[in-house]
Design a protein around this ligand. Sequence first.
Ligand SMILES: [Ca+2]
Length: 335
Amino acid sequence: MIWIYIVISIAANICFADDGHEMEEFLKREYSLSKPYQGIGASGSSHWELMGDAMVTTDQVRLTPDMQSKQGAVWSRIPCHLRDWEIQVHFKIHGKGKKNLNGDGMAVWYTKERMQKGPVFGNKDYFTGLGVFVDTYPNEEKHLEAQKKRYTPRTQRIFPYVLAMVGNGTISYDHERDGRPSELGGCNAMVRNLKHDTFIFIRYVRRRLTIMIDVDGQHEWRDCLDIPGVRLPQGYYFGVTAITGDLSDNHDLISLKLYQLTVLRSKQEEEQEEEVTVPSVDNIDLYRPYPDAEGMSSVAIFFTVLFSMLGLFLLIVVGLVVYSHWSESRRKRLY
Ligand SMILES: [Ca+2]
């Protein structure tokens, strides 16, 4: 289903969730960030705080410049106690690097922790909460290419790739595998060096996590991920971070708009929604290691074929021996 993209120009709107429930949305200015970014970073005078190499200009919050080994972030100072919400993130990723010679990407967060530098797109590893990543560099593919290994179609992706992960404080983001073992889902999103605007939309309603993207310049939301049973505690912080390594890009945040959604719940639904203290997702292990993501190497394929042929040969020999014994004993019985 493609959603018609509507620029929300007034503070309150009526819209419908996927399940047809009517809901209202209100822009929450204290959790939103937009031009002219007044007072961001200055201590105490803004709801948002800058970190690392992030810089505010007239047109954007530049999380990283197009230079190696930078990381930057902007974090909300106030915890969000809304039960149902959606955020629209207007961002821009651009740089001089040619395709797949740029990196590493940016992330939108709703986490217990805030303002901690680290390897996960500029945030700490073993985070607690939700991370939505725009990964612009295919680490696993490049690693396998260098080793002349094939990758299985099951895990093959086209980059840049948008991926969602829920962490409970004990799960590491596997950077070398581009987060595959902890992936909740995701989609391809060609977002680099575009003239038109690019957006990510994250909606969290009745524990259903929906992610859509608008990156094609068509003013349409494209489905990226939709998962029920995502349990996220209240009182976490929103943040946007980015990182560069050997390869780089400008990672710019233009705006972040948070809407409170008011959803009618029946008394029964209210009673069933017990309070969540640790993030989790119903019926999904948050970390699912897989033994052979790298597929078979050419040596492994050679031996598999060799042993298969030997096995077949052995079967034929055994079959012939059994047949000759059988036909001989049959001949004897006939005479
Ligand atoms: Ca990557």
